[in-house]
Each structure stands twice: as structure tokens, then as C-alpha cells.
Design a protein. Structure first.
Length: 438
């Protein structure tokens, strides 16, 4: 796997996570850089203060030890001891020359303070933090060694705690800022997802920053405009379909007054096809209002058994495979219309029909209507769900189809919050699977 592909895989997919990573990492790096610069500046200041005080303190301490009697010097050595250097009443430890710049500067400061009165030598000694010793001889000939062992800057115990608290505050502020930015986008996405086939979704609250208010206002206005356009077209389709019934009825009455002939029979067949198309057109125009039906608690097993009995009474054999054994809340008339459309479609083109009902792993209800017909080419499975679309080979006008049965079923399935999917069966035939929330 390339480095670019690995980076893409590790990069968060959500906008919230990406903004959090950018803000938290960026602010943490900036805080860490500031913290490091403060430590460096503190170290430099401490070294400067140490070097400035070191030469004066060492020069004064050596002068005191030089004037004291040899018997009193051990007692004063302990008194003159400091945290980073002390005094030894011996020749000290031999060693190599100094190498580090810090030790050289400290040694030069001490030597500069003592060189006028004492002859000094300097060498490094084993140990950490660049230790070194300055050797000299007092006025009475006694050796004296200044043992310098620089120590690091001692951090206060509360400083790391403060740094962690600052990082926590950075994370909390970043989370709040990102949430305020992404919440309107989430509300917009949820409103778009909840926009049903009737386009009567919830309005987005028009509040917050000016940009959010502008986006919410634009979305609400767009939703209202689309709903108005669609309602107008549906009304036009319903009106045309309804008004066509009157001239069709007059034509049928006039045909009844004609003498029996071959042309009369053909015209009756055409009128029946037109009446069927008009009824389907009116039904399709009303499917977008399927959400107007009040949801109630029903027994799906009883509903399927009722539908199956109706078909058996009409001389058509239908098998029910499986049972749910639990009530669901749905719109029964819309569900019945979906199932009858799918079953009619299966009988028309398949003959042998089986309805399989089951509960899916996510708790949703699955109802599959299966037939033994010729099926549908894979490339046409999505297109047959469009209104007025018919296949030329197996599902044409000769079978009496209008191209609206599956479109009506799909619209009603969306109105119920479900999904309708078509698939060809391995053993032959078509399966129309309806998935509904329970």
C-alpha cells in the first residue's frame, strides 16, 4: 500500500472528525511550540543568572576560605556549598579538557574571577550534566577544588498539570466550535433525508449565524417551491384522468347503440384499455398523498391471509411462506395496495406466486413476492419502476399493463418509509421485495 493510499485510509471521513483533527492537532502543536520556547527562554535566563552570580560567589567563597585557619575550613566548606557547586579541600579529580560550550563559559567566568590572585587549572570530570573542576592553591599552600556540577532547570510540579489543562481546554473549545459549524449541515442532511415523496418534510429552524439562516431559508423556500410544482402537476394529471372518464362513458353509450360488428368489439376493447389507464393515472396521482392515511397497529399475518383468500376466491392459487407473529404500525390501505399491485403483476407475467414474509436482522419487515415468469433483464430492473415504462417483449400493451403498477407500489413504499427492490431469481422468475420499518 502506497503512502498516499495509507494516508487516505487513515484520514477521517466525516467533516466533524476532520475539523477536530485539524484544530486539535494545530492548536496542540502551537501550544507545544509556545511551551518549548518558554522553556528555552527560561533555560537561557537561568544560565545567564547562574554565570553572573557564579563568578562573584566563588570569588567571595575562595577569599573566605583563604583567610580562615586550616582547622576551620571544613566547617565553612559545608556552609559555602551551593546546589550546583561545592568546595573540596584536596587536589580534586584529574580529567580531560572541557568540550561543551556551557562548561567552558562557566569555567571561564570562575577563572576570570580568580586569575588575578590564584593560579588555576580546569578539567572535566566523569558524570552527567557536563561537570568540571577548577583547581587552585591557597596562600598557605593548601589545595582547593571548586567542584561544579550543573543541574537542569527544575520544573514546578504544577507546570505539566497546567499544560494538560490547557490541552483539555483546547480540545473542548475545538469540539464546541466544530459542533456549532457542523450541526446546521447535519440538520440540512436530515431534512433532505426526511423529505418524503409528498415533499412535506420538516422545516429547518432559521436561526443561528447569518450564513446558516440564509442556507436554511433557501432550503425551506426550495422545498416549498418543489412541493408546489409537484402538487400542480399531480392536480393536472388527476384532472385530465378524471375528465377523460366523461367522454369515455359517452363513447361507451354510443357504442352500445351500434349494431354488432367486428369494429364495435375492437372499440369496446380500446375503451376498456382507456378506462383502465385513466383509473391507474388517477391512482398514481394520489399515491404521493399516501402519507395522509393514519398509521395503525395491524397484524401483518392476518393482512396477508386476507389478501391470499381474496385471490383464492377468484380462482388464483397463491402461497404464503412464513409468518411474523407480531403486530406492526403502518398504513394498511397503502400496504394492501402495494401487495396487490405486486401480486397482480406476478400473476400476469409469472403464473405461480409465492409471498414470503420474514423479519430481517435489523428488525425490519421483509415481504417478497416471487413468481416463475421470464423475469426482467438486469439492465431494466430500475427502469420498470418508472411511471408509464413497459418492456416490449414480455410486459407490453398486449398484456393489458399501463406501466403504472410498479410505479404506484414504489411511491407508496416510499410513503411508508420502506423500499421496493426487484431482482431476478436464480431458479427463474422475478422477486419483488418490500422492506418496511416495523
Amino acid at each position: 500500500m502506497s503512502l498516499t493510499a495509507c494516508a487516505r485510509k487513515l484520514w477521517p471521513r466525516t467533516l466533524f472528525a476532520r475539523l477536530m483533527v485539524i484544530l486539535v492537532v494545530g492548536l496542540t502543536l502551537a501550544q507545544g511550540l509556545s511551551f518549548g520556547l518558554v522553556l528555552i527562554e527560561r533555560m537561557q535566563a537561568a544560565n545567564k543568572i547562574m554565570l553572573g552570580n557564579l563568578e562573584l560567589d566563588v570569588a567571595g567563597s575562595v577569599a573566605i576560605l583563604d583567610r580562615l585557619p586550616a582547622s576551620e575550613r571544613p566547617m565553612w566548606v559545608e556552609r559555602l556549598k551551593r546546589g550546583s557547586y561545592s568546595y573540596l579541600l584536596d587536589a580534586g579529580t584529574p580529567g580531560a579538557a572541557l568540550e561543551t560550550p556551557t562548561s567552558k563559559r562557566a569555567a571561564a567566568a570562575i577563572v576570570g574571577a580568580l586569575e588575578g590572585r590564584y593560579k588555576t587549572t580546569v578539567n572535566a570530570v566523569p558524570g552527567t550534566d557536563e561537570p568540571f573542576q577548577v583547581h587552585l592553591t591557597l596562600a598557605d599552600g593548601s589545595p582547593l577544588t571548586v567542584d561544579v556540577r550543573p543541574s537542569g532547570i527544575a520544573l514546578s510540579t504544577w507546570l505539566p498539570v497546567l499544560f494538560c489543562v490547557q490541552l483539555a481546554m483546547i480540545g473542548a473549545c475545538a469540539w464546541l466550535a466544530v459542533r456549532l459549524v457542523t450541526r446546521p449541515l447535519k440538520q440540512l442532511a436530515l431534512a433532505a433525508e426526511n423529505l418524503g415523496p409528498d415533499l412535506k418534510g420538516d422545516r429547518i429552524p432559521e436561526q443561528g449565524p447569518d450564513e446558516v439562516v440564509h442556507a436554511a431559508t433557501a432550503f425551506n423556500a426550495m422545498q416549498e417551491r418543489i412541493a408546489g410544482y409537484l402538487s400542480e402537476r399531480i392536480q393536472i394529471l388527476a384532472a385530465i384522468s378524471h375528465d377523460l372518464q366523461t367522454p369515455i362513458t359517452r363513447m361507451r353509450l354510443r357504442l352500445d347503440l351500434m349494431e354488432n360488428c367486428e369494429t364495435r368489439g375492437k372499440l369496446h376493447g380500446d375503451l376498456r384499455a382507456m378506462e383502465h389507464l385513466v383509473r391507474e393515472g388517477v391512482t398514481y396521482a394520489r399515491t404521493l398523498h399516501g402519507g395522509a392515511e393514519t398509521p395503525v397497529r395491524i397484524d401483518p399475518d392476518a393482512l396477508l391471509d386476507s389478501i391470499a383468500c381474496d385471490y383464492r376466491d377468484g380462482g388464483q392459487e397463491i402461497a404464503i411462506d412464513g409468518h411474523l407473529d407480531a403486530p406492526i404500525v403502518t398504513r394498511p390501505q397503502a400496504l394492501r395496495r402495494i401487495l396487490t399491485n405486486l401480486i397482480d403483476n406476478a400473476f400476469k407475467f409469472g403464473g405461480e406466486v409465492t409471498v414470503a414474509v420474514d423479519r430481517m436482522q435489523d428488525g425490519k419487515l421483509s415481504i417478497a413476492v416471487r413468481d416463475r415468469g421470464p423475469g426482467i433483464p438486469d439492465g431494466e430492473l430500475e427502469r420498470v419502476l418508472q411511471p408509464f415504462y413497459r418492456l416490449e417483449a414480455s410486459r407490453n400493451r398486449g398484456t393489458g399493463g399501463t406501466g403504472l403498477g410498479l410505479a404506484i407500489a414504489q411511491q407508496l413504499a416510499h410513503a411508508l418509509g420502506g423500499k421496493l427492490a426487484l431482482a431476478n431469481r436464480m431458479e427463474g422468475g422475478l422477486e419483488a421485495r418490500l422492506t418496511l420499518p416495523t
